[in-house]
Design a protein around this ligand. Structure first.
Ligand code: MG
Ligand code: MG
Ligand code: MG
Length: 308
C-alpha cells in the first residue's frame, strides 16, 4: 500500500523537498512511499526541482483511508483534509508541536533547527546510516538555504550550516551561496502575479487564543519590488480577512538584504501589534528591523499579545 508523504499547505521549498527526501529514505527502508505536494509550487521551488532534475511531486490534499506521513508541520490547519480519516505513520518537523493527534504510537521527530532538511540529514546519516543520493542532497541543501534565508534568519542554528555544507559536498555544489542568491532572486519574483497569489504564496493560518490569525510572507531581495503593488496587496488582504472571518491578517514584506520586515496588517485590534512588537502601525505597515522569521519572531509574540 502506498504511503503518502506530505508537506504543509501553501507549500514552500522545504515542504516539497522534504517530502521527496523523506520518501526516498522511506523507500530505502522498504516503504512504498510517494512524495506529494498540497498546492502549487512557488517559483523558488520550481528552479530548485529543475536544477536537481526532479518533477513536481503529485498533488494531494486529502488522505481519507490512506496511510501518510507529514513533514515540515504538525498543525491541523496546514495538514491535508481528512487527516483524521487516514492513518498517520510519521512526523518530521522543525516547528512548534501542532495539534495533530494519533490513536497509536508513531515515529515523531521534531528538532529546534532551521529546516526539515537538517533533520532529514541527521536521519539519513546518524539514525539510519544511509547514503544520500547526490540529487536528493541538492534538494535538502537548497531547502536549508531557503528556510534559513541564506543562514541569516533567527531560526538558523550551527547544525543547519553543518548540514548544508555536508550536503553541498554530496551534491557537488561548490558555490552554495551563489546558488542561494539565485534561489532568493527566483523567490522574489512578483511581476505578473496576482496580489491574491502573492499573499497565499507562503501563507499560514493560526488559532491564537480563539482568534483566527493569518500570516503570509514574501521574502524579497528588495522592497522596491512591491512598491507599485502595495495598495493592491492591502485591498486583497482586507478581502482575505473578511472571507475567512479572521481577526487579523498580516503580510510580512521581508527584505532579506536589509534583514527586516515591513509588516502589512489588517486587524480588528491594532493594539496586538503594539503588544507584540512595541511599535505602532504607520498607515498600512510597520517596519520591524531584524524580523525575518514568522515561526520564531512573529508567531510567539502575536500569541502572547492575543492571550493578553
Ligand atoms: Mg515550510
Ligand atoms: Mg521548513
Ligand atoms: Mg519560510
Amino acid at each position: 500500500m502506498a504511503v503518502y508523504v506530505l508537506g504543509h499547505k501553501s507549500p514552500d521549498t522545504d515542504s516539497v523537498t522534504a517530502a521527496i527526501a523523506f520518501a526516498e529514505l522511506q523507500k530505502m527502508l522498504g516503504v512504498d512511499a510517494v512524495p506529494c505536494r498540497q498546492g502549487d509550487l512557488n517559483p523558488e521551488t520550481e528552479v530548485v526541482l529543475k536544477k536537481f532534475g526532479f518533477d513536481a511531486p503529485e498533488l494531494r490534499t486529502d488522505v481519507t483511508n490512506e496511510q501518510y506521513m507529514l513533514v515540515d508541520h504538525s498543525d491541523i490547519k496546514q495538514a491535508p483534509d481528512n487527516w483524521d480519516k487516514g492513518e498517520l505513520l510519521a512526523v518530521v518537523d522543525h516547528h512548534k508541536i501542532g495539534d495533530i493527534t494519533t490513536p497509536n504510537p508513531i515515529f515523531f521527530c521534531a528538532m529546534p533547527v532551521g529546516c526539515t532538511g537538517t533533520i532529514l540529514y541527521k536521519l539519513y546519516v546518524d539514525l539510519y546510516k544511509k547514503e544520500i543520493p547526490a540529487n536528493v542532497a541538492g534538494l535538502m541543501m537548497s531547502a536549508i538555504l531557503s528556510d534559513t534565508v541564506l543562514f541569516k534568519s533567527a531560526t538558523c542554528t550551527p547544525e543547519d550550516k553543518e548540514a548544508a555544507e555536508a550536503l553541498a559536498k554530496i551534491a557537488g555544489i561548490d558555490n552554495m551561496m551563489d546558488w542561494g542568491m539565485e534561489m532568493a532572486k527566483a523567490k522574489s519574483a512578483v511581476e505578473g502575479v496576482s496580489p491574491r497569489d502573492l499573499i497565499f504564496r507562503d501563507y499560514k493560518d493560526f488559532d491564537m487564543s480563539g482568534k483566527a490569525i493569518g500570516i503570509g510572507q514574501l521574502e524579497l531581495v528588495s522592497l522596491d519590488l512591491v512598491d507599485k503593488i502595495r495598495d493592491d496587496l492591502y485591498e486583497e488582504l482586507k478581502k482575505v480577512k473578511e472571507e475567512g472571518n479572521r481577526h487579523s491578517v498580516f503580510l510580512m514584506l521581508t527584505d532579506i538584504m536589509k534583514e527586516g520586515t515591513d509588516l502589512m496588517a489588517v486587524t480588528d485590534d491594532p493594539s496586538i501589534i503594539e503588544k507584540a512588537f512595541g511599535k505602532t502601525l504607520e498607515g498600512k505597515t510597520v517596519w520591524l528591523p531584524g524580523v525575518m522569521s514568522r515561526k520564531k519572531q512573529m508567531v510567539p509574540n502575536l500569541e502572547k499579545a492575543c492571550a493578553a
